[in-house]
Design a protein around this ligand. Sequence first.
Ligand SMILES: C[S@@+](CC[C@H](N)C(=O)[O-])C[C@H]1O[C@@H](n2cnc3c(N)ncnc32)[C@H](O)[C@@H]1O
Length: 486
Amino acid sequence: MKNGGGRTSRIRRRKLFRSSESRGVNESYKPEFIELKKWLKDRKFEDTNLIPACFPGTGRGLMSKTALREGQTVISLPASCLLTTDTVIRSYLGAYIAKWQPPPSPLLALCTFLVSEKHAGDRSSWKPYLEVLPKAYTCPVCLEPEVVDLLPSPLKAKAWEQRSHVWEFFSSSRGFFSSLQPLFSEAVESIFSYCALRWAWCTVNTRAVYMKRPPRLCLSPEPDTCALAPYLDLLNHSPDVQVKAAFNEETRCYEIRTAARCGRHKEVFICYGPHDNHRLLLEYGFVSIRNPHACVYVSKDMLVKYLLSTDKQMNKKISILEDHDFIENLTFGWDGPSWRLLTALKLLCLEAEELWMWLRLLVSQRTVMLVKLSFLLLILRIPCFLSTVSASTQDLHIGRSTCWKKVLLGEIISDTNEKTSLDVAQKICRYFIEETNAVLQKVSRMKDEEVALMNQLTLVETLRTEELKILQASAKVLITLQTAFT
Ligand SMILES: C[S@@+](CC[C@H](N)C(=O)[O-])C[C@H]1O[C@@H](n2cnc3c(N)ncnc32)[C@H](O)[C@@H]1O
């Protein structure tokens, strides 16, 4: 008889598989976490609910030691453990910050402190925290150019923007770093290098919690809202959870409460916000699997590419969409093309006569506004005109709102318009599917050739694979919609 071939062992194997899948591997025995726990205990924090663990899928995070009740405080970190601009101003950097003109931003103060303390190594009182911080990040600013090139177009543009923003942050801070030279025996250029500052920038951007501080004269007036919260910042993101997170002025602790129960030995998540995967990658350097907010963006160029190049009204149509804020945020999602995308396409697919009819109604809407304004004084002075004028404007108003509904609220204008716009949506969707498949093949080849880029390439692969799933779901939805018009 084959070993473990029976029903009972199959069930046992399945159970084991399931638990190893959802359970993390305890990491609290690791020296860096033992040191961090001691450091936190000295600052009056002792955790009873959570332990650091490594999870398949999300990596390092926090695991519940016991089942957590709904509304229970899962973590309550005393102010003494938080790293804020107060910490920086109270430190040896305070006098230099106060002297520097124009005043450094709150973000620069935090980043300078992180770089300086990291450089101090064993001498830093923040060492146990610094030791558990990631050594490298995967926000686009840290990705190799050939990896950035594999990102979907709108994200690629934002990735380049992020790179120039961080470079500008570095270049504009060099003068301030030079002023710190008396604090160091080594040249400040070697301590406050671009790479060191980028690491600090990513640390703050991917890990800080929101905590508003009052403005201070020694810092620039930009909002001072970031606090680093050791240990608490090991909590990973899930779009499906709800938590309450805030600094409690009474207890003087930063607290996180769950809104739902959480089983024992499960990963405890917080929600960083209802972000799509582009935003998660841009701000936090990761992608969430089965993210309900994930979508594929359709750019203006893509719309134009799939419409009739012979359409003489194309420019007019595009400017109408721009004027009415209908050119951005056109997406494919898990439920199919977004309402905004379909509406934009319907407008772009209008026949010449339909468009002119629509434009006439737009003009009449503006006329109503003018009539209203020019009669305003008259109305106020001659009450007997009131009823006549309001009645006539009301008629026009009703006509106008019906027209808006028809066009911009996405109502059916004609079966032809409906069918054409769905066909274009399907063509765009198919194009994206092909493009995504081609990029996935390229990524797979690059993973074989560029082993050093494995992590970065895996990130792009995850993003593109999620997008492929969204596009395939959208294509199916579109087929169903199209059949209604065949
Ligand atoms: C506040 S930290 C959370 C702890 C972090 N995993 C660590 O090991 O230090 C935020 C970072 O965790 C990672 N992260 C958070 N949620 C994630 C998730 N659902 N899947 C994968 N990585 C995630 C990302 O790298 C993100 O920048």
